[in-house]
Ligand binder design. Structure first.
Ligand code: CU
Length: 147
């Protein structure tokens, strides 16, 4: 079964890199991610995901985070996250279906998370999404482990 793989979460300045184990994704005030798909080689020991918010709206109105799970858990995680509320970054505490997630950021913000993909399967269907209430249906995409 999938296990929680979060190694650490930190606020980082996202430096651009050719490193295939480092990903950058941007969210905006129009409730959109700029990418519909992300992929990393299975050889990555750890993956660093940098999330930027290119908009101006505060995180109370147009907050975004980046959450990774298997495809079949997206909606349930988002529903439980809505109940968990903003103080918990819209993620239920200890939710083991969540493989990795960032904090919620507002316009002009950025955040980063580094996590292990050991144990993730190149044949499985993973999705990334935003768990801010009402966003997950639009703000999501595929996350592929390249064999
Ligand atoms: Cu969002």
């Amino acid at each position: 079964m999938a296990v929680g793989l979060i190694v650490m979460s930190l606020n980082a300045n996202a430096n651009t890199s050719e490193n295939k184990c480092e990903l950058i994704i941007t969210a905006n005030d129009a409730m959109q991610f700029d990418k519909k798909a992300l992929s990393v080689p299975s050889s990555c020991k750890e993956v660093t995901l940098n999330l930027k918010h290119s908009g101006n709206l505060p995180k109370t109105a147009m907050g975004h985070n980046w959450v990774l799970s298997t495809a079949d858990n997206v909606q349930a995680i988002a529903n439980d996250g809505m109940t968990a509320g903003a103080d918990n970054s819209f993620i239920k505490a200890g939710d083991e279906r969540v493989l990795a997630h960032t904090d919620v950021i507002g316009g002009g913000g950025s955040t980063s998370i580094t996590f292990s993909i050991e144990g993730l399967d190149s044949k499985a269907a993973y999705r990334f999404f935003c768990s801010f209430p009402g966003h997950w249906a639009i703000m999501q995409g595929s996350f592929v482990i390249e064999a």
